[in-house]
Design a protein around this ligand. Sequence first.
Ligand SMILES: [Zn+2]
Length: 179
Amino acid sequence: MEWAFDGGRPCLDLVNTLRNRYAPEGVEMLTSPEKLAEWLSLAGLTDGQVPVTEEDLENAKWLREAVNRLVTTQPARPDVDLVNKTADEPLPNAHLHLAGGELRRTAPTPRNPVAAALARIATDVVELVTSPVDVRVCAAEDCGLRFADASPRRTRQWCSMSRCGNRAKARAHYARTRG
Ligand SMILES: [Zn+2]
């Protein structure tokens, strides 16, 4: 199974690293610290692949499940606290870089790149759940991906047209022509 980055928000893309959530267990894609390093890099949350520990992996999964509950169920205090605690990791501010007499703006490397990446995800959660954007679950029965629906009428049904939308259309067409 390939990574899915169709959530429209970093926090939902993290939620979608546990796939097939329609099933009781789902399919875990963050199976190792290396997998989390790969995901963080592909998500653009770290500058290339950074060292990730088992503890980082656990923290990412705790955050992930808290986010999932916050966007799909009645919000609960422990999940709110976890998001706030994760967001507390200080992020380095932009630095000045002087090269050949020219001033440039650079992004300094955070002391703990993984904690910084999770803090950015936590901040994204804060913005998402306090915005008018709807979080939806893909309408395909065998998908379960979450996505932010910012369409004008909040009518988006599929996580992506290529993954689920076209399949659903093909099924409907088959049912029509058969019946
Ligand atoms: Zn889908």
